[in-house]
Design a protein around this ligand. Structure first.
Ligand SMILES: *Cc1c(COP(=O)(O)O)cnc(C)c1O
Length: 224
């Protein structure tokens, strides 16, 4: 487990000169509200959660802190309404139906919901995310919804032991992001890289890294 200051230092060191520094999303799934509050007290603002109900409970417990909440876990369509109202960002948009549901349920009084398109960059059968070829069409659909704000792309490459393999996946994501940027010049976020490989992801163009274990230590087992 590494301190927040050390992680921020490692993010800075991994940065590409001339590029804005990558943002840190602290992944707090299965961590307590107290653990989130402790990190918030050190200045961390953005937190990532995988489960809608768990995130809502923490958000309510910590409402006074005014934190930014990102959904990074798979979103079932029947939970889209709840998620649309409860998060600031949804990073796992991967199908047209979800776009429609999120837009329909975002409250008009709320600011537009920030969304990332999740791409299944390694074409893993078991993984969620849209195929790379479908990202442009999904982006077009999102751009027509005033309740949503397209911010960019997200990926969870296969945790391949060979880092060269991971680098190649990050590079394919960066190419896809650059291509999408030509038709959507306001997108600004490429979310990739976790505890094990965030420095590599930043070197290949990540603008946001999602770090859990390295910040909080090992996660408690489910149900603990
Ligand atoms: C859990 C999770 C992370 C953080 O993983 P660590 O290896 O603990 O840093 C990042 N992104 C997603 C989508 C996750 O589910």
């Amino acid at each position: 487990m590494t301190s927040l200051i050390q992680i921020l230092e490692q993010i800075r060191e991994a940065g590409v000169p001339g590029h804005p520094e990558a943002r840190l999303l602290a992944v707090s799934k299965r961590q307590s509200a107290d653990a989130v509050a402790a990190l918030a007290a050190q200045g961390q603002h953005a937190f990532g959660e995988n489960y809608v109900q768990e995130a809502i409970a923490k958000r309510e417990a910590l409402a006074a802190l005014d934190l930014e909440w990102h959904l990074i876990g798979h979103l079932q369509s029947n939970k889209a309404g709840l998620a649309a109202r409860s998060f600031d960002w949804i990073q796992t948009v991967d199908r047209p139906k979800l776009v429609t549901e999120l837009a329909r349920h975002r409250e008009p009084a709320q600011p537009p919901l920030n969304v990332l398109i999740q791409v299944n960059i390694d074409a893993e059968a078991s993984k969620h995310g849209c195929p790379p070829k479908q990202a442009a069409e999904l982006a077009r659909q999102i751009a027509t919804e005033p309740a949503l704000r397209l911010r960019g792309l997200m990926a969870i490459p296969a945790p391949h032991p060979d880092m060269a393999h991971r680098r190649e996946a990050f590079q394919r994501m960066k190419s896809l992001f650059d291509a999408l940027h030509r038709s959507h010049p306001r997108i600004d976020t490429l979310s990739m890289g976790m505890s094990e490989d965030f420095a590599l992801a930043i070197a290949e163009g990540a603008t946001m890294v999602r770090i859990g274990t390295a910040l909080f230590g090992a996660r408690p087992a489910p149900g603990e």
